[in-house]
Write a protein that binds this ligand. Structure first.
Ligand code: BEZ
Ligand code: FE
Length: 289
């Protein structure tokens, strides 16, 4: 191997070391990664101090990460990489509902509930009644689709952030199944806008950039149905104060919904509610596999 490296020759020398890899895709990924990484360093004339700061930053990203704290994924979200991948791969186009990133608050083990269940599990808030329909691209209902849903409480916290209050129990998340007409419905409480976690290394970037750390009010959904592309998405409050400037770029126009406010009265499930409540209704379209 040459030892007379220059700024202009080193990239190819490093790239060639990947040519022995058996996997063609691996070769392509690493050759391209080296190219872009080196081009970046040349373009910005990266200094030694800046390199050290970056290495320290990456090390701290790893150290703070855990199964319930996904700081590396958060960085990807904040740099728009997660939504770039969504727009490249996860949105099948056509009339299918737009996808939006999973986020760090989806967790395994959520309860399976029948339609009509109250999934708030005792957490106080403004009642919210969600009614949805899952259809194919011809508008035909998809029965027996699995519908995962999760959202924050009225102060912007998820159950996994309220472990003391909830004694580790789940709340505001559930798995439902659509009926013969593709419908699902549940009762919960109304979520609110909230900040992405800012007490880790990603927070330093957000402060240095003077960027908003807020996510507009939203409800998460993840649909699975035999013969269809899975769909991960979110519905956003159309007139949220933070709409159009989601810190993680997921609040696409086609996902902005009316969370309709009602005076006390009869809810969509026929029950009487003696306080103001909110309804959210949406039709989700899945693309055939
Ligand atoms: C969320 O919506 O749960 C979320 C997504 C990305 C970063 C932080 C939170
Ligand atoms: Fe969320």
């Amino acid at each position: 191997m040459s030892t007379d490296l220059t700024e202009d020759t080193i990239t190819e020398v490093v790239q060639k070391t990947f040519d022995t890899a058996g996997d063609e895709r691996f070769r392509q990924l690493f050759r391209s990664l080296v190219q872009h990484l080196h081009d970046f360093a040349r373009e910005v004339r990266l200094t030694g101090d800046e390199w050290f700061t970056a290495m320290d930053f990456i090390e701290r990203l790893g150290k703070i990460s855990s199964p319930t704290r996904q700081e590396v994924v958060l960085l990807s979200d904040l740099l728009g990489l997660s939504m770039l991948l969504d727009t490249m791969h996860d949105s099948p186009g056509g009339s299918a509902t737009t996808s939006a990133l999973l986020g760090p608050f989806y967790v395994e083990g959520r309860p399976t509930v029948p339609n009509g269940a109250d999934i708030a599990n005792g957490v106080a808030g403004t009642p919210m009644f969600v009614t949805g329909r899952v259809v194919d691209e011809h508008g035909r209902p998809i029965p027996k689709a699995h519908v995962d849903t999760w959202h924050s409480d009225g102060t912007g916290f998820y159950d996994v952030q309220l472990t003391e209050q909830l004694h580790g129990e789940f709340a505001m998340r559930a798995l439902l199944t659509t009926d013969a007409d593709g419908r699902f419905w549940y009762r919960s409480i109304t979520p609110r806008y909230y900040p992405v976690p800012t007490d880790g290394p990603c927070g330093e970037i957000m402060r240095a950039a003077n960027r908003s750390v807020m996510r507009p009010q939203h409800v998460h959904f993840w649909f699975h149905a035999d013969g269809y592309h899975p769909l991960i998405t979110q519905l956003f409050l159309k007139d949220d104060p933070y709409i159009g400037r989601d810190a993680v770029f997921a609040d696409q126009t086609s996902l902005q919904a009316d969370f309709v406010r009602h005076e006390p009265g009869t809810a969509p499930d026929g029950t009487h509610v003696d306080q103001p409540f909110v309804t959210l209704n949406w039709t989700f379209t899945l693309a055939a596999e």
